[in-house]
Design a protein. Sequence first.
Length: 113
Amino acid sequence: MANEALTKISEQYQNFLNPVIKANKLSAANLEALVNFQMNSLQSYIDMAMSRMKAAADISDPSSLQAFLTSQAEAIASLHQKFMDDTKALADMTARFKTEFDKLVQETLSSNK
């Protein structure tokens, strides 16, 4: 009789923990994706900044200054596009996480009925 009670308590505890475990795994996976995204974005912004610093260091006369200013305008346009792309990717990632988490909540609620 004690074993049956213990088994029942164990099953109830496991039923309670399963959604929590799934939510933790989902959160960890999404945090990993977010960190990877941020690290990759940071590296590309650093590369872009270093390239611009090297280009500025190469200015030696009026024509190289003109070439630098022209390339600077192109770099700013490229930076703007990258920023817009990164913003969209981050919004997509956030929406995907919300959708996955909402699905998990719905599954948990429907299994508890």
